[in-house]
Design a protein around this ligand. Structure first.
Ligand SMILES: [Zn+2]
Length: 268
């Protein structure tokens, strides 16, 4: 009896995984900083001065979704000496290399609308944008109060199809791809929880943290919209990650990126 019960519980726990779900990770640029104090940490607290900028393709049997779209495409090219940002191979070319064109993308969702997350957003204007209503208001109607937003990067989305979210959202209705509301970095910042059959549950952190030390010390960047709200979001996402037994990927971590298999490899 005990064994049957245990099996039933185990089945319940893995039941959200979709056997055909795939996750591709792309290199969508790098950022370097001489001074990291704007992130709410001192230059002595970490030796990290370079951040990775990822893009992701989530390939679900019911549709393809882009999660975060990297640095602006106009900087794509060979890395220049002394550059503080560089991006060598555009997300569009990297998608093309695995046989995916922007028109194949059914959904886009960005952790938030800062310029290093929506750099190629205009290329995906035919997709349905999944965005928190608060982020929509900030990015499309109040960008001048949000200095890290660059409206020209997403001007093509003004008339595109949108689903305005007010909290968490199960994208395909099977629990395998769930947007989790985690405001504070921006008004409608969100993270993504995936249930991959072989890899297991995975949380893509957006910009909940930029540095490992920020997570350890619970520090918030000075440019966050709301520090208190960020701390509440950190708590919520940490609890949810722990309860799901999920792997946590800090999106901007170069150390993490160097340990991952980038596209054309995929996680499933
Ligand atoms: Zn960022």
């Amino acid at each position: 009896m005990k064994k049957i019960l245990f099996t039933a519980i185990a089945l319940l726990i893995v039941s959200n995984a979709n056997a055909d779900l795939k996750l591709y990770v792309f290199d969508c640029g790098h950022l370097s900083f001489a001074d990291v104090s704007n992130f709410g940490i001192t230059n002595e607290e970490t030796e990290v001065r370079e951040l990775f900028v990822p893009c992701y393709l989530i390939d679900h049997p019911d549709g393809k979704m882009i999660w975060d779209a990297g640095l602006p495409l106009d900087i794509v090219g060979p890395r220049q000496e002394d550059a503080t940002s560089w991006y060598e191979n555009s997300i569009i070319d990297q998608l093309d290399a695995i046989g995916v064109s922007p028109q194949d993308i059914g959904y886009t969702a960005y952790s938030h609308f800062h310029y290093d997350h929506v750099g190629a957003a205009n290329e995906f204007s035919t997709a349905t944008l999944l965005i928190q209503e608060t982020e929509y208001m900030a990015a499309f109607h109040d960008a001048e109060s949000n200095p890290v937003f660059r409206p020209p990067l997403y001007s093509e989305l003004v008339n595109s199809r949108k689903v305005l979210l007010q909290g968490d959202h199960d994208v395909f209705g099977d629990g395998s791809v769930v947007i989790i509301s985690a405001p504070g970095h921006t008004p409608g910042h969100q993270v993504l929880k995936l249930e991959l059959e072989n890899f297991g549950p995975l949380v893509l952190s957006g910009d909940l943290y930029h540095f490992e030390i920020s997570r350890q010390l619970r520090r918030t960047p000075v440019f966050n919209t709301d520090a208190e709200e960020t701390l509440r979001s950190m708590n919520r996402v940490e609890v949810l990650t722990q309860e799901a037994g999920a792997t946590f990927w800090m999106e901007h971590s170069l150390e993490l990126a160097n340990s991952l298999n980038l596209a054309p490899y995929y996680y499933d």
